[in-house]
Write a new protein. Structure first.
Length: 526
């Protein structure tokens, strides 16, 4: 019943804001336009279409807002008026009351807000689908005063998300049972993966730990800043972090006026993304413009400033190496190797003809090489690859859904910064260097250093372990020998029976011959 009511609410909101009219008028068919005008009779749809879409997504809840955030980065796919409105979903979702935020803070820390912070700004500086942010000042444990940002969870989020996820899971079941591609697309597993990340985003302690891990991973990069978490003031509903200053990356004219090299910024963004994915296997998976700023402070000028670490993606060593080999082969236009990797990984049936898959991948990818980003649509490439995957029964990998979403965000961001950026040429040297590190002496040395504490602990016990192993081997050999001897004895008895039987049979034949000859000898019985 709750899923039915939520579905009915979604339909009502869509009709209220005229989303059906927006969809129908997007098709260039006269009869669809006439149908849209007919359906809009009696409804007041005076607001611009982009505003209506944004307001509908805001009212539908956090999952739909996140969908709008992803769309907002794809100005190559959306009309400018809609893209501009959806960009407001990145950090300008209507805030909740400051009194509610203060109540949440006081409940989390069990004391008045004025005793926690030296000052607290009641008006939020940013508001998104899950939380909103207030600026404050805090007395640090070392006695100094720190400028901080306080992130407070929007109330009632878990209940709303649970309803939407239940509805999505039900629809995924329909797709899996009714669609011919249901088993291959794994919709239930995709929804389960999405559910896990959404629930993780509601736990701010987990977000703080994600930020700390990313900060540690990228401490040696001179191109990014990540805020420090104040762990004494971290709670599942509230986190307090270092206040970061910067210009939103969407304000390109302002960055250019400040002297930031926009083309270099675009190249640094590509390197930053691939470093997180392939070197660390731990990446920021919500990189829309609302979560990215650029520092213009003299000491950190031109560096990225990353925010909001509620959603991160992780990759196993197998996933990293498989993807890196695919990307490297792709950049070298070695489509046969790409096809072989798909077969080797089990993503396509083992009976797939490599030459046919190779030809299909070449037909999709070859037209897009050596083109600047403004002439390249990764969305179109992915759509054509999806069509190819359907033909060859490629299985969807749910653990890579976040990576695909992030890659779309990165491409949209790169398109805004530098339309002439050659994404492939920028990424190729990094991936080739990374691959050499994975199979060369550096990888061996890293593994040796990583395992050294374990080996050092085992070394004193080595004589005892060796003696135990030899003794175990001795017992195993003795038991094995006894089994062989028993088997040999059984074989000997069988051979003896066969031999004795054969001898008896031969002796019987000889005796019969002798009797026959004696019977016919004349005078033998006289």
């Amino acid at each position: 019943m709750s899923r039915f009511l939520r579905g009915a609410a979604i339909v009502w909101i869509a009709l209220r804001y005229g989303l059906d009219e927006l969809v129908l008028t997007s098709f260039r068919k006269p009869w669809l336009g006439a149908l849209a005008r007919l359906l809009s009779v009696g409804r007041k749809l005076d607001a611009p279409r982009g505003q209506r879409l944004r307001q509908a997504l805001e009212q539908l809840g956090p999952i739909f807002v996140k969908f709008g955030q992803v769309l907002s980065t794809r100005r190559d796919l959306l009309p400018p008026d809609i893209a501009d409105e959806l960009a407001m979903l990145q950090d300008r979702v209507p805030p909740f009351g400051s009194d509610v935020a203060i109540d949440t803070i006081e409940r989390a820390f069990r004391r008045p807000v004025d005793s926690v912070f030296l000052s607290f700004e009641r008006t939020p500086v940013a508001s998104a689908s899950i939380a909103q942010v207030h600026f404050a000042t805090l007395r640090h444990r070392d006695g100094g005063i720190r400028d901080v940002a306080v992130k407070v969870l929007r109330p009632g989020m878990l209940r709303i998300i649970e309803k939407d996820l239940a509805l999505m899971n039900m629809m995924a079941g329909w797709v899996e049972n009714l669609s011919a591609d249901g088993k291959r697309l794994k919709p239930r597993e995709v929804v389960a993966e999405f559910s896990k990340y959404l629930h993780d985003e509601l736990d701010f302690v987990r977000e703080a730990s994600n930020a700390t891990q990313l900060r540690r991973n990228m401490s040696n990069l001179g191109t990014v800043r990540i805020p420090e978490m104040h762990w004494d003031y971290c709670h599942p509903e509230v986190i307090v972090m270092e206040r970061m200053e910067g210009v939103p990356i969407s304000q390109i004219d302002r960055l250019r006026a400040a002297g930031v090299d926009i083309k270099q910024l675009a190249r640094d963004g590509v390197t930053l993304f691939f470093t997180q994915v392939f070197r660390d296997g731990f990446f920021h998976a919500d990189m829309h413009p609302g979560n990215i700023m650029v520092s213009i402070q003299p000491e950190t000028f031109g560096r990225y400033v990353l925010l909001d670490f509620g959603i991160v993606g992780t990759l196993t060593e197998f996933d990293k190496e498989y993807l890196a080999q695919n990307f490297t082969a792709f950049f070298r236009r070695d489509y046969k190797r790409v096809a072989e990797l798909h077969v080797e990984s089990g993503w396509v049936p083992a009976t797939t003809r490599v030459d046919e898959l190779e030809a299909a991948i070449r037909a999709v990818c070859e037209p897009y090489f050596d083109r600047p980003l403004r002439e390249l649509s990764l969305g179109l490439v992915l759509m054509r690859l999806f069509q190819t995957s359907r033909r060859f029964q490629v299985e969807i990998q749910p653990q890579l859904v976040l990576l695909q979403k992030t890659l779309l965000n990165i491409e949209g961001l790169g398109r805004e910064l530098d339309p002439d950026l050659d994404l492939w040429s920028t990424a190729k040297p990094f991936l080739e260097t990374w691959m050499l590190d994975q199979i060369g002496p550096k990888k061996f040395w890293r593994e040796l250093k990583a395992q050294a504490p374990r080996y050092a602990k085992l070394l004193p016990d080595l004589p005892h372990l060796l003696a135990g192993y030899l003794q175990h081997r001795h017992h195993d050999h003795r038991r094995h020998l006894e089994e062989l001897l028993a088997a040999q004895q059984r074989t000997n008895r069988l051979l003896q029976a066969i031999i004795y039987g054969a001898i008896g049979f031969l002796l019987g034949l000889v005796a019969m011959q002798l009797v026959a000859r004696v019977r016919f000898l004349p005078g033998f019985f006289s």
